[in-house]
Design a protein around this ligand. Structure first.
Ligand code: PMP
Ligand code: GLN
Length: 385
């Protein structure tokens, strides 16, 4: 194995899901829903399979899906992208992010991202021979997560190539505020760097949180330097389909396509038309989806508090963070490794997503994208332990 990949073992998600399978624990670790997405989408995929949509689709994705992606972004965020040239279909958001970093970063270039960060970011940066510059998110006095603006300013330098921003943020559940986004955008403009935004949880901002989802590309001067990434997995409860997309100015999208052609070439022929159907669903689908997850967030937050955890505020995503100190825990990794044996529940230690392991040492992430009875059973077990 090459040097640059040696620090990366098995992903925490694979490790924890295997542990759940082995022990029969309730799996609130890996973030995937336990119910299927919209029936119209599933029917469209079955029809596409039967109708012979089984060979290589066009390199940038089928026109119907590129148009649907553009229409969806115009409808919800007021962003205009030309389906032919400014939208690219990828193998999930994961491929879009990896291909973007590989396309834009020379060896030694720096990528700024907020830690804890989604695990593929560090690996993609390493594959490109680039260097990650984490800015640390820490619990705040008001029960959310925040960062020190000076730490962000100090992260920018002559080698900064891009900022990789995930909001709503996995694993913390933080939604970056308008003020925080304005600061990030200002620094991107000042230092003339790109932004790659991971917005896979764009439809999971809870209404009592910091305000609506704001794509960074909507801020002044940002559309021309931002590659916006999202995917169908979360919004349509089909994490195994791996249909994602990137949109941005033509030059950025074509750079990403140059790399994508040699990673996977194309992907998901019969799933692409189905995701096009899903993206065109009425507003009520997206509203019910959000409200459903918000209710589960509330259910698990209350249950975890009842079980003795100090729970941080989840403003969006599939996830809520709990502090284990009050339960006598001081190391989330140990806590999560022993939890299945102790009480039959799997969670993910937030620490593994930090370079600064101390910052996340006592934090544990629980996924609430599960049926209410599953959440209740997990809480029952945690309370009994
Ligand atoms: N980014 C974040 C923040 C995620 O939580 C995930 C997990 N699904 C991904 C990217 C990957 O998305 P996809 O499955 O579409 O590759
Ligand atoms: N995004 C999911 C999570 O954060 C898992 C994705 C994966 O297993 N790679 O739990």
């Amino acid at each position: 194995l090459v040097h640059r990949m040696r620090p990366f073992g098995t992903t925490i998600f694979a490790e924890m899901s295997a542990l759940a399978t082995r022990t029969g624990a309730v799996n609130l670790g890996q973030g995937f829903p336990d119910t299927d997405g919209p029936a119209e989408m599933l029917a469209a995929a079955a029809a596409a399979l039967a109708d012979g949509h089984n060979q290589y689709p066009p390199g940038p994705g089928i026109p119907a899906l590129r148009s649907a992606v553009a229409d969806h972004q115009r409808r919800f965020w007021g962003l205009d992208y030309e389906p032919d040239g400014e939208v690219l279909i990828t193998a999930g958001a994961t491929e879009a992010i990896a291909a973007a970093i590989l396309a834009l970063c020379e060896p030694g270039d720096e990528v700024i991202c907020f830690e804890p960060y989604y695990d593929s970011y560090a690996a993609s940066v390493a594959l490109a021979g680039a260097v990650r510059r984490p800015v640390t998110l820490r619990p705040t006095d008001d029960g959310g997560f925040g960062f020190d603006p000076d730490e962000l300013r100090a992260a920018f330098g002559p080698r900064t190539r891009l900022v990789l921003l995930n909001s709503p943020h996995n694993p913390t559940g933080k939604v970056f505020t308008a003020g925080e986004l304005a600061l990030i955008a200002g620094l991107c403009r000042e230092h003339d760097v790109y932004a790659v935004t991971d917005e896979v949880y764009e439809h999971l901002v809870f209404t009592d949180a910091s305000g609506p989802h704001i794509p960074l590309a909507t801020l002044p001067g940002m559309r021309e330097r931002t590659l916006r990434v999202s995917s169908a997995g979360k919004t349509f409860s089909c994490t195994g389909w791996k249909i994602g997309w990137a949109s941005g100015p033509r030059a950025l999208v074509s750079a990403v396509l140059r790399v994508k052609q040699f990673l996977t070439f194309v992907n998901g022929a019969p799933l692409q038309p189905a995701v096009a159907v899903a993206l065109a669903l009425p507003d009520s689908y997206f509203e019910e989806f959000r409200a459903g997850l918000q209710a589960r967030r509330d259910r698990l937050t209350a249950g975890l508090a009842d079980a003795g955890f100090a729970v941080l505020r989840s403003e969006g995503t599939y996830f809520v963070t709990a502090d284990i100190t009050a339960l006598g825990g001081d190391d989330g990794v140990e806590f999560c490794r022993s939890l299945p044996a102790r009480c039959g529940v799997v969670a993910v230690p937030t620490q593994v997503f930090y370079d600064d392991a101390d910052a996340g040492r006592r934090l544990v992430r629980f996924a609430f994208c599960k049926r209410p009875e599953v959440l209740d059973e997990a809480v029952r077990r945690l309370r009994a332990s």
